[in-house]
Design a binder for this molecule. Sequence first.
Ligand code: SF4
Ligand code: SF4
Length: 293
Amino acid sequence: MTPLDRTRRQIQHVAAGLLHSRHVDLVLGYRKAGFPLRTRPVLISQPSGTAALVWSSFCSVNLAVYLPALVPTDSGPEPGQPQVVAVLAKPCDARCVLALSRQGVVARDRVFLVVVRCPGIIDWRKVEDALGGAEVLGAGEDAGGNLHVVVEDGSDVKLPRWTLEDETCGGCRDRGPADADLTIDLADLGSAPQGDSPLPSRVPGRARLALDQGGMSRCILCRACDRVCPFGTGNGRKPTDGPGAGEADAQAYHLARVARTAGLCCACGACARLCPSGIDPRPPLGGEARATG
Ligand code: SF4
Ligand code: SF4
């Protein structure tokens, strides 16, 4: 059994126990997606449903984004709404949950925070690049966290984990649990062999946000970075949108985003992973600075 398998079993056991004892009404975690290299968020209300929970290097969505709707502070639970929700969170997601609670957006006493030590997220773009565009039919991680992929011709390819890690995880200095109600440990996986450097990749590095107008030329103002962010406008905050898609509009949008997320951003990288233009839209003073707090 691999460390990730053990963690998955622990998570399922903890979630089933919390639901069975009525300590919580809902568990928010990740389940397998129908496609390789993906997981998707799931809400579970019955102990029997917890067998679907997984933990892998593809748990990339920041689960904190759902909590303002599930456990808001501005109203108690409506009839039929959950009283307490358990969240199976990565440390960066947990930092967002705590920041949302400090902001008065999420009711901390209605969240049971289970923090799972994070192995780092694998960047599926790097996997695609390493495979030269071959279609992935299936994938899994071994005991060292290395990726085993079955590609379209049926062959099995092993990819070293340390060549695939998402660059937004690289600056994270806090993969241990933040302030939590319960923590689940997981050993470090697959660091780079000494003296070795990553294989050259054709995947272009993401450009950190530059708020001058030239730096905005790649932004298409899709606002995907806002939608996936726990501090985005979807959570009842003032909209920051402008009607157009020119550089000045993009600049105004990002200035407002930075003002809203600076000091709160937990460096989860969810916005960077989703940006179609290869921008890392984390606020300049957010990311790494918040990764310890
Ligand atoms: S700005 Fe990006 S990295 Fe920061 S909390 Fe929001 S989604 Fe995560
Ligand atoms: S996701 Fe990327 S392209 Fe879309 S608004 Fe954000 S920075 Fe711009």
